[in-house]
Design a protein around this ligand. Structure first.
Ligand SMILES: [Zn+2]
Length: 464
């Protein structure tokens, strides 16, 4: 398997630490508001990687966190805690907010057929792990106390910026843009591991620690959760490209300083979803979610289909014209598949040939667009019988998860509609076009549109 590694900025052969096994960590959501469709795009990318690894035979353990404390309004240490701010705005307590948005996150996660990772851990359940790591970082001289908070000392590392190809000066420009410069920090790039006596008096969630009552910074959470469940070595760690700096940069710094060795070999990042105005973001008010797409009449899986037709490392533009066309193409594909007659014996050679091609596309840094094109090639191939085609599609769908074989939910009057379609076909054969047309009109009044295709007549309910 070839995979692009942000750490080396190259496509590399994927070789896990332990043969046949993969430990894979995904940075989960901060549950202070809904996840927009761009966030979900990133989880679709991670889901495809997860399922591809399983498809080619790896035993995968996947871990994901839920950030329910400590993520400030900037990804550096500026602003208020996102959770606290949201709780204030919605007049609820922080844990209610976390529970509410965690549930909503998993509804959308599930609507696009993402598999829930084996281990999902909320940040508030690992306080002991953070304290253990921070204590050791202080002992080793990588962390210091200042103004009541504990900071990681980035000047102790020779390779702090190994994940980014930016020069230190350029990275610091971002940090300087913060409104409240933290004068407690020795170096501008230093980051908070534990907040105690800080400006955040309104923090609801606080824990006892060797440094006083307080709460963890955002970055330490992922290191703590990942090391707790994954051990000292992890194979893949991923997130959206916006996590590269500072979040993942800081995760590497603190984890490797704590462990005393390299921690994770492959860093996997999904590109942004753009709308007409630029990068889609949570903080700009109206959040477009997968559930909202569904309310507007789109099949959430046509959104997944749209994502899979582009590469995870390319920016993808979303607008309703693209969404409409993706919905139509997806439905057409499903319809073509539904018309395949399940005849013949399994053609093992053909199965192996197409399955190998499918794997080759995915092993090429997850080329899902080519994997999709392969399905169209398969459908066109007249030398392959229906049964083999269906078996291949069933197998591919273990990774693609587009419900390609799932029949649309049938209407109560489905049998009547089919009977009318048959009478119309018979009428056409008899050249009784008047009757054929009148049946078409009758169905049309019920909101049924007939589609005459090479593979036969099917119907579509308007508005679905
Ligand atoms: Zn993280």
């Amino acid at each position: 398997m070839k995979l692009y590694n942000t750490l080396s900025r190259k496509i590399e052969d994927f070789i896990p630490n332990e043969e046949g096994k993969v430990k894979f960590y995904t940075c989960g959501p901060t549950v202070y508001s809904d996840a927009h469709i761009g966030n979900i795009r990133s989880y679709i990318g991670h889901d495809i990687l997860d399922k591809t690894l399983r498809y080619i035979g790896y035993d995968v353990t996947r871990i994901m966190n839920i950030t329910d404390v400590g993520h400030l309004t900037s990804d550096s240490d500026y602003g208020d805690d996102k959770m606290v701010e949201s709780a204030k705005k919605e007049n609820k307590n922080v844990m209610d907010i976390a529970g509410y948005y965690t549930d909503r996150f998993f509804i959308d996660f599930d609507l696009v057929n993402n598999k829930v990772p084996e281990i999902v851990s909320p940040a508030t359940s690992h306080i002991d792990d953070y304290i253990k790591i921070i204590t050791k970082l202080i002992e080793k001289g990588y962390a210091y106390e200042s103004g009541g908070n504990i900071y990681f000392d980035t000047s102790k590392l020779t390779e702090y910026y190994q994940l980014t190809n930016h020069k230190e000066e350029e990275m610091l420009i971002g940090a300087r843009e913060g409104v409240d410069k933290d004068s407690n920090k020795k170096n501008q790039a230093d980051f908070v591991l534990w907040f105690t006596k800080s400006k955040f008096d309104s923090q609801e969630l606080k824990w006892e620690s060797p440094w006083g009552m307080g709460y963890p910074g955002w970055h330490i959470e992922c290191s703590g959760i990942c090391i707790h469940h994954g051990g000292e070595y992890i194979d893949i760690h991923g997130g959206g490209v916006d996590n590269i700096f500072p979040h993942h940069t800081n995760e590497i710094a603190q984890s490797e300083a704590y462990l005393g060795h390299k921690w994770c070999n492959y860093w996997f990042h999904n590109e942004h979803l753009m709308d007409e105005t630029g990068k889609m973001s949570k903080s700009d008010g109206a959040t477009l979610t997968v559930s909202k797409l569904k309310e507007k009449g789109y099949d959430p899986l046509s959104y997944r289909f749209m994502c899979l037709n582009s590469h995870y490392r390319k920016q993808l533009v979303f607008n309703y014209t693209i969404s409409n066309s993706s919905e139509q193409t997806y439905k057409k594909l499903k319809n073509r598949i539904s018309l395949i007659k399940d005849d013949g014996e399994l053609d093992e050679d053909a199965f192996a040939f197409y399955n190998k091609k499918f794997i080759t596309h995915l092993e090429a840094d997850l080329n899902t667009a080519n994997a999709m094109t392969l399905i169209y090639d398969l459908l066109k191939n007249e030398l392959i019988n229906g049964h083999t085609k269906l078996e291949l599609i069933k197998s591919f769908d273990k990774v693609l998860s587009l419900d390609l074989l799932k029949k649309e939910e049938l209407r109560e009057d489905h049998d009547d509609i089919i009977a009318l379609i048959k009478s119309r076909n018979n009428a056409k054969k008899r050249k009784d076009f008047e009757l054929a047309d009148s049946i078409r009109d009758e169905l049309s009044e019920k909101g049924i549109v007939l589609l005459d295709t090479r593979e036969g007549t099917t119907y579509k309910v308007v508005g679905e």
